[in-house]
Design a protein around this ligand. Structure first.
Ligand SMILES: CC(C)(COP(=O)(O)OP(=O)(O)OC[C@H]1O[C@@H](n2cnc3c(N)ncnc32)[C@H](O)[C@@H]1OP(=O)(O)O)[C@@H](O)C(=O)NCCC(=O)NCCS
Length: 211
């Protein structure tokens, strides 16, 4: 799927009514969506309403599209599977003030927030997120469930393998590979290839613990 600008028609369920859920809601409002087109799905805000949008429990959702607005890749995976089991299909949400090159390829279930910049030749794997003010350089590939947190900068020709998270204001230098499940801490600078399942902090980024 190649959808740099918008979301498709139909009822969209935003799974998770926390901070990222409300940011995703804002992106949809900015795209012209009305409250009646939208549903927030959350276990903890039963039968409530937020900004005019219904909040439902996951077990009463029956049809439409969904996007999981949760930062943690493992939780995103679990909640997405629940929606798939209920017959919903994943859709992507791109804020109209995000900048995406014409040839960016976006998988289903992605979220791209305002002021993100995604350069030419990049691929955003299914259920990946590029949050506000983050940048993704040319020809970089994000595999599924990758999370780029606010203000992080991923240089060109980088490969972020599945479930990688890059913290706020962290930087990954050009051409590097970050292994699956690794968490790059806020403000870290990744200067060489990294194995899977590490937590990295500092400049240059070094492992703290193995998860
Ligand atoms: C790296 C990170 C995942 C570690 O989390 P954690 O395992 O809970 O680690 P702790 O908070 O227990 O800290 C452990 C140690 O690492 C240090 N540390 C934590 N994060 C750090 C970072 N980003 N850079 C440098 N040092 C860091 C702490 O100071 C602490 O040091 P100490 O043992 O000398 O006191 C987390 O701190 C982080 O950076 N998360 C990114 C958050 C983010 O970008 N959020 C954006 C949301 S919008």
């Amino acid at each position: 799927m190649n959808t740099p600008s918008a979301v498709s028609a139909g009822l969209i369920h935003i799974v998770g009514a926390g901070g990222l859920g409300r940011e995703t809601l804002d992106a949809l409002f900015a795209s012209g969506r009305k409250p009646d087109d939208l549903v927030l799905v959350d276990d903890h805000l039963r039968d409530a309403e937020l900004h005019g949008v219904r909040v439902l429990r996951p077990d009463v959702v029956t049809w439409g599209q969904y996007v999981v607005a949760v930062g943690d890749p493992a939780v995103r995976h679990t909640l997405g599977e629940r929606m798939q089991q209920r017959g919903l299909t994943a859709t992507s949400v791109v804020h109209p003030r995000a900048t995406l090159a014409h040839d960016v390829v976006i998988g289903s279930g992605c979220i791209v927030l305002a002021n993100a910049f995604v350069s030419t030749g990049t691929r955003l794997g299914p259920h990946s997120q590029v949050q506000y003010n983050a940048t993704v350089g040319h020809d970089t590939a994000l595999q599924e469930y990758v999370t780029v947190l606010p203000g992080a900068n991923i240089a060109g020709n980088v490969s972020l393998q599945r479930d990688v998270t890059v913290g706020s204001n962290a930087c990954v230098l050009p051409g590097l590979v970050v292994g699956a499940g690794t968490f790059v801490g806020a403000g870290a600078v990744v200067t060489k290839n990294q194995p899977a399942d590490r937590v990295l902090v500092g400049i240059p980024a070094r492992p703290t613990t193995t998860r």
